[in-house]
Design a protein. Structure first.
Lengths: 470, 198
């Protein structure tokens, strides 16, 4: 530790302080970055900047490239048809090669969504600082790392100096205690929290998730929760590492081994918030208050329990013009029920819910049922490793028997940069993270939900309470 | 990427009184496929600005010729969502140098500062005054002074201060950026890197 402190510290402070190269008076901290992920969309201009300034990549072994944002999810063995996407993928490959950066391009067995492949290959470790030109970098906080999304200028900073200049965030702790109800998943927990705090409720904060609900959650679940921290404005979210974390990491490809493992463990065990440490803001929720969630509007804070009715403007406290615009876009009205609403598309995948546990959940409802004829379903694993697990565990057979097809890994319909676009006016129940206007294609209407709610919609063709199918 | 120095900006403003304007609206993902920083202004607010057949939507403010200027005034929680710096590039490329709101998302605020756009955060009440002033007179002038850290509605003289840290203020005033700074302390960084376990 560079800065020794006698007073009790939070997990966030411990990790942050261990990475401060220099503090600038009346300015940001110069923060050292342990791991840097890059992808094809937000990195090309950063490399161009390096060239224009005549700079080199300072520590190429600390940066990892994977192609995910605009990649097709079918026929990946064939050349990418969209010339602009192909150009970006080529730029990533060329830049990685030129500067000696590890590159998992299309068809590489390690390829997949950046926030899925980092953890599953043991690149993401507790106590690290991790950045990527993608706001869902917050995912990696599930390991007790400080992980957050950055802009392209900052990608250039990290490439050229392995540092970034950041003001220290305020500290928030969100505790959820108690027993989660039937069919209530980590996705429902985070959608519930965002609905309570609003889409801007944690802006300026770094969040620590604590309490029995997170302690009992799998790493996949913690990743889902931390992933969506940004959707309430937080830079990132963290969960203190514990046995669940160590068991997940142990033996993974790039995880420390032997003596290095023992040394790492000794450090990782210090990574928890001390008794008496102070937060700038604290929230406490009861697990029993959370039911399967679904969103009805155009930001992730506009979520309700699936059995509830769309709130009125007054109930939400939102500005009327913005609220009306949102409901108008969705084709919904105040006080309508969500249950029974027609669903045209179902998307399971993304860095939020594209891991093996999510497909297990999806299959648990689909098993023995058939896909509704009126529904188009896109089933997109987060990585080739997840895809392989789906096949090995027999989930592939369950999906196929029910009339679903498995696609190839990528970000896909989460942001619709490839061909996986929801048509204008159509409704999609999506396990991704954003329901913004046009996010899944121009005019597309997104209902964010868990893999269980997505599965229930996929087999019934309407918004359905998964508790009735389990 | 160099940008124009920022000191005092006196300009009319374009009002966008919508809350939670996310970066997918500022620039939709399908326009992020360039490998150079060029032409993003053409697609600024693409889906609010144009119909599916590329004809302009007459009711959108950027298509209303009475509103012009280098200042964009947005509703609260402006710039939430995706980290895409392309959103800031599009705003800059379109010709804006300053964005005013009563609340900004963190990543967007950083991105603005890194590309030479000044984000000015004002109170809800002052934001409302600005919207009203523009509603009354589309040619209403705002003056944003970085040295004084103030924003003024010139017609009424109403003024409010805004925060910016001294380091970023120096950068914007002088037109230099974090990369210049980080290059200058590379020895410190190298020494620090040697102490990292991973």
């Amino acid at each position: 530790m560079r800065i020794m402190s006698q007073s009790p510290s939070t997990l966030f402070e411990k990790v942050w302080n261990a990475h401060v190269v220099r503090h600038i008076a009346d300015g940001p901290d110069v923060l050292f970055i342990d791991r840097h992920f890059i992808h094809e969309v937000t990195s090309p201009v950063a490399f161009l900047g390096l060239e224009q300034r005549g700079l080199q990549v300072m520590y190429p072994q600390r940066t990892f490239a994977t192609a995910d944002h605009n990649t097709p999810t079918i026929n990946q063995d064939q050349p990418v048809k969209d010339p602009l996407s192909a150009n970006q993928l080529k730029a990533l490959e060329n830049n990685a090669h030129k500067y000696g950066i590890s590159h998992w391009g299309l068809n590489n067995p390690k390829n997949g969504i950046v926030h899925v492949v980092g953890p599953e290959n043991g690149i993401t470790l507790p106590g690290m600082t991790i950045v990527c030109g993608d706001s869902h970098t917050s995912t990696h906080g599930a390991f007790g790392a400080i992980a957050f999304g950055i802009g392209t200028s900052e990608v250039e900073m990290v490439l050229s100096s392995q540092c970034i200049m950041q003001p220290r965030a305020k500290k928030m702790r969100i505790k959820v205690d108690g027993q989660l109800g039937k069919a209530v998943t980590p996705k429902d927990v985070i959608l519930y929290i965002i609905s309570q705090l609003t889409a801007a409720g944690a802006t300026g904060y770094f969040v620590e998730y604590a309490g029995s609900v997170f302690e009992n959650m799998s790493m996949e679940g913690r990743m889902t929760v931390c992933n969506m921290s940004i959707e309430m404005g937080a830079r990132g979210g963290m969960v203190a590492p514990d046995e669940t974390t160590y068991n997940y990491i142990k033996g993974r490809d790039k995880a420390p081994k032997g003596e290095a493992w023992d040394k790492a463990m000794a450090y990782w065990k210090t990574l928890k918030t001390d008794e008496g440490a102070r937060f700038d803001k604290e929230y406490h929720f009861n697990a029993a208050d959370i039911e399967p969630m679904i969103t009805f509007g155009t930001n992730p804070g506009m979520g309700i329990g699936i059995s509830q009715h769309i709130p009125t403007t007054q109930e939400t406290g939102a500005g009327k013009a913005s609220y009306d615009k949102s409901l108008n876009y969705m084709g919904f009205h105040e006080e309508e029920a969500m249950l029974g609403k027609k669903v045209d598309y179902v998307f399971i995948g993304s860095c939020t819910n594209g891991r093996i546990e999510d497909f297990r959940a999806f299959a648990s409802i689909v098993k023995g049922r058939k896909k509704a004829d009126t529904v188009t379903a896109w089933i997109v694993p987060g990585s080739h490793i997840v895809e392989q697990q789906i096949r090995e565990e027999g989930i592939y057979d369950i999906l196929t028997e029910a009339g679903f097809q498995l696609r190839q890994p990528g970000c896909s319909a989460c942001l619709a940069m490839n061909d996986d676009k929801i048509p204008a006016g159509k409704y999609a129940v999506s396990t991704s993270n954003r329901n913004f206007e046009g996010r899944q294609g121009p005019g597309a209407r997104t209902l964010l939900a868990s893999p269980l709610v997505a599965a229930a919609a996929a087999v019934t063709g309407v918004v359905t309470d998964p508790r009735t199918l389990l | 990427m160099s940008y124009d120095k920022f000191t005092i900006l006196r300009s009319t403003a374009v009002p966008l009184p919508i809350e939670n304007v996310d970066t997918d609206q500022i620039i939709p993902a399908r326009f992020l496929k360039a490998t150079e920083r060029k032409g993003f202004g053409d697609n600024l607010f693409r889906d609010w600005r144009y119909n599916g057949d590329d004809s302009p939507k007459q009711d959108f403010v950027l298509n209303n010729k009475i509103y012009t200027g280098k200042i964009l005034v947005g509703g609260k929680n402006f710039g939430c969502g995706s980290s895409r710096e392309h959103a800031a590039w599009a705003i800059y490329d379109y010709g804006f140098r300053c964005v005013v709101s009563s609340f900004f998302a963190d990543i967007f605020r950083n991105n603005c500062l890194n590309v030479g756009i000044l984000p000015v955060q004002v109170s809800d009440a002052f934001l409302d005054k600005i919207f009203k002033a523009i509603e009354k007179d589309a040619n209403a002038l705002l003056e944003v002074s970085l040295p004084a850290q103030t924003i003024t509605i010139l017609a009424t003289g109403e003024q409010e201060g805004f925060d910016i840290n001294g380091y970023k203020k120096d950068n914007l005033t002088n037109g230099y950026d974090d990369i210049d700074f980080l290059q200058a302390i590379k020895n410190d960084i190298q020494q620090f890197a040697g102490s990292r376990p991973f």
